[in-house]
Design a protein around this ligand. Sequence first.
Ligand code: UDP
Length: 238
Amino acid sequence: MVEPVYKRVVLKLSGEALSGGKGFGIDMETINRISTEIKELRNLGVEVAIVVGGGNFWRGRSASNMDRATSDYMGMLGTVINALALQDALENIGVITRVQTAIEMRQIAEPYIRRRAIRHLEKGRVVIFAAGSGNPYFSTDTTAALRAAEIEADVILLAKKGVDGVYDSDPYVNASAKKFDELRYIDILNMGLGIMDSTATSLCMDNDIPIIVFGIDKPNNIVDVVLGKKIGTHVKEG
Ligand code: UDP
């Protein structure tokens, strides 16, 4: 039997990844398919923490006439909608989950408590981190880096929609764009590659957290990445 390469992972799911082909809202078929793959990770004995994005509902920076912090709080609330949908889909197929929010909303989820999150993972529960980091001016990619450092995850699995790794230029614009199999954090910063924001990239760099950027559209990719198949782009110190 093929053994997983990682024991504890942070899976970053962007809001877009949950929206299917529509780019807005939640596509149940997509969320169910992703949930099945997450269940497989659990069956392999991998501890799974998930950071969900919210771009399928709202992105703070896209409202130009609004107070930025207010707009960012709206974005964080969007991630909670996604987290609850994912929780529901996972529990429907028998995966035990806990949602923890960085902004307290005790009626619907636990508040984020680091030691409690780790305990859930040790007990085999999937922990879904919602409401980002709780701070405006940050992203859920940065949240993934922060939570990965806090819970001592082995890797961040950065699941992307519409792209299967990191390219030197936009593959949709430039037909000869080259995909990297491996990259250093500093290359992302120096080349200004838009795959991850610089705050998230430097947090990973400073704390030596490996990132694997891969496509979510291809079925079974999440499992294949964890089984060590050479998929996507591996980002680490060179
Ligand atoms: N957000 C924030 N602080 C955080 C995480 C998220 O203010 O720690 C807000 C921000 O406005 C962001 C929105 O929530 O645009 C949705 O998150 P993100 O854009 O990272 O979602 P994704 O692109 O992954 O779907």
